[in-house]
Design a protein around this ligand. Structure first.
Ligand SMILES: [Zn+2]
Length: 313
């Protein structure tokens, strides 16, 4: 029997990519010793945004990737889940794996029903491939509009894929930056599936949470009752810094209060592209009660909402 893997313990830290891969110089490997959170998440809590990387020797990184990360395996993810107090994970395909979803599918199959997935697919994906992903536990596809990370998908291709996954009951996860929302607003509002927006649409947190830029995002959620938001990644958005990420609180808190049934929380472990400021995952969990200030709001955010979106079947 192998020893139990514990974050911060033997075998936890990873600062290399296996197989023929070499982690990018300057890549910020995930936290070597994440703290135990003081905030106790409610029973059944879901970490609804996290990733696996490789391991490269088993699940090669995609030729078209824009970064080569450290390996971050399903075993490490399960160890972190238990350490932080979560019971389930939603694993989102990372861009370093392109549209090759094997690492995510492998993790889903290993999770005994305790994980669901979000895949990346191309226009030529077959219906049989979509059904196989569904059977493994995939419930959505992700499209990235952040131009520095990927070559973005043309809108008509995205619409075609959205129309094909709609009958499966899947949703579309979209990742964009706030400055690009005016241009994308009409397109997003016209898609025939539920939309889940990553990281609150990446607001500029030096602006006001009541200002025009964030107001447009709130308007999208108000007008479209099937738009959801992940209130995630304060570590990516903050200018004031850890551990409080104080400047991000008003944005997340506003969404949790105005749309208590359409918000999701996740750690974003292992924190792709964070370079030198990789967050302590325990601190990220301790951030939750600052944005969801009542037990009722916390239960919706961490349990009811992700269960409705990902585990309704
Ligand atoms: Zn992420």
């Amino acid at each position: 029997m192998s020893a139990v893997l514990v974050p911060g313990g033997p075998g936890w830290a990873s600062n290399a990519a296996s197989g023929p891969f070499t982690m990018d110089a300057g890549w910020g490997a995930f936290h070597p010793r994440p703290s135990k959170p003081r905030f106790v998440v409610p029973p059944g809590a879901v970490d609804a945004h996290c990733h696996v990387f490789g391991p490269g020797a088993e699940f090669p990184y995609a030729p078209e990737r824009k970064y080569t990360p450290c390996d971050a395996s399903k075993h490490q993810l399960w160890a972190l889940r238990d350490w932080l107090g979560f019971e389930r994970n939603v694993i989102v395909q990372a861009t370093c794996h392109g549209a090759d979803n094997r690492a995510v599918v492998d993790a889903l199959r290993d999770a005994n029903g305790r994980a669901r997935g979000v895949a990346t697919v191309k226009a030529d994906v077959t219906d049989a491939e979509l059904r196989a992903l569904d059977e493994a536990g995939v419930r959505g596809v992700r499209f990235n509009f952040v131009k520095r990370l990927v070559d973005t998908t043309p809108p008509d291709v995205l619409r075609g894929i959205a129309e094909r996954v709609a009958p499966l009951g899947w949703h579309v996860v979209i990742y964009f930056e706030a400055v690009d929302l005016p241009e994308l607003y009409g397109f997003f509002a016209s898609l025939p599936v539920p939309l889940v927006v990553d990281h609150m649409g990446r607001p500029d947190v030096t602006k006001s949470a009541d200002g025009a830029e964030f107001e447009l995002f709130v308007k999208l959620m108000r007008e479209r009752p099937n738009v959801w938001s992940k209130v995630t990644c304060p570590d990516r958005l903050t200018k004031s810094g850890p551990p409080g990420h104080d400047d991000v609180v008003p944005f997340a808190k506003r969404l949790v209060e105005e749309f208590p049934d359409r918000v999701l929380y996740g750690t974003d472990w292992p924190h792709p592209n964070m370079k030198d400021k990789v967050p302590d995952d325990g601190h990220l969990v301790d951030w939750i009660p600052r944005i969801a200030t009542t037990a009722d709001a916390q239960r919706r955010l961490l349990v009811d909402n992700p269960m409705r979106l990902y585990w309704s079947r």
